[in-house]
Design a protein around this ligand. Structure first.
Ligand SMILES: Nc1ncnc2c1ncn2[C@@H]1O[C@H](COP(=O)(O)OP(=O)(O)OP(=O)(O)O)[C@@H](O)[C@H]1O
Length: 257
């Protein structure tokens, strides 16, 4: 597997507290969908922030196509709880803002993409509303629409669907997996929801309790295939994978459901 995104001997501590240790090594292939699962507080968000360039490793390197990652740039689209919408722009303008560098798109194409992704996240009717007038969950959806519309090569998503109702969440899972396949995105995704992890991932990475250490890797695509119709969730192999991962999380000392 080629190392499109590579973690090479990565460690991180805050003050004297080790969050990623002894050292983390992982190769993510181009167009791979990797999901991070692990006990609460084990260091998943810290790893995501370092991929995004919002934090620096204490040791080792994170490389994208062989180059050490630096400050956030448009190759990496992020949906983090803390990286939400811009309050001075309307919901529609927030989504347009994500496409400001897309010289390959005409203005009409940008507006069509804006409308498509706002509709997908169920916010089309709020297109002219300012984010401080909508709920926190809706602001999170603005960030999802903005990031998907921007079309970055690498999507970094830290519990992006956590605040959504079950139906919207399922719809976005299907769409995200389809976008990733169709548009050849590399995705790193954090969730606490094991079924979401199995449904979305090519590979699930299970972490230990803090300090985060790779406990297990589960190759989902070799068992479920790359296409993920919703019916897959009712199949025996889906359940087997889910139970396997739940067992691993129990060993990890996690509290996931
Ligand atoms: N800026 C910081 N300064 C000090 N400690 C920090 C900082 N950021 C994170 N930590 C600590 O690092 C540990 C890992 O946090 P992190 O948010 O990465 O975990 P997580 O796996 O994403 O947790 P959760 O699943 O609950 O979101 C925690 O103990 C947290 O308190």
């Amino acid at each position: 597997m080629s190392g499109y995104l590579q973690f090479s001997g990565v460690t991180k501590s805050f003050g004297g507290v080790e969050v990623v240790a002894p050292s983390f090594n992982l190769d993510v292939a181009r167009n791979e969908f990797v999901v991070f699962l692990g006990p609460s507080g084990c260091g998943k968000t810290t790893l995501m922030r370092m991929i995004g360039g919002l934090d620096q490793p204490s040791g080792g390197d994170i490389l994208l196509e062989g180059q050490r990652v630096g400050a956030p740039d448009r190759r990496r689209g992020m949906v983090f709880q803390s990286y939400s919408s811009f309050p001075w722009l309307t919901v529609g303008q927030n989504v347009e803002f994500g496409m400001r560098y897309r010289d390959d798109l005409s203005e009409d194409e940008k507006l069509a993409r804006r409308d498509h992704y706002l509709d997908l996240v169920g916010l089309y009717e709020f297109i002219h509303t300012y984010p401080n007038r909508v709920s926190g969950g809706m602001r999170q959806r603005v960030a999802i629409a903005r990031t998907l519309a921007a079309g970055s090569d690498v999507l970094l998503m830290d519990e992006p669907f956590g605040a959504l109702d079950a139906q919207r969440r399922e719809k976005l899972q299907v769409e995200l997996r389809a976008i990733q396949r169709r548009d050849a995105k590399t995705v790193v995704f954090v969730t606490h929801d094991v079924e979401e992890a199995v449904f979305l991932a090519d590979r699930v990475i299970v972490f230990s309790k803090r300090p985060a250490r790779l406990l297990a890797e589960i190759d989902v695509t070799s068992r479920l295939g790359a296409d993920r119709p919703l019916e897959l969730r009712d199949g025996a192999e889906f359940f087997a994978l889910r139970n396997e991962i739940l067992r691993l999380l129990r060993q990890a000392g996690g509290d996931e459901e």
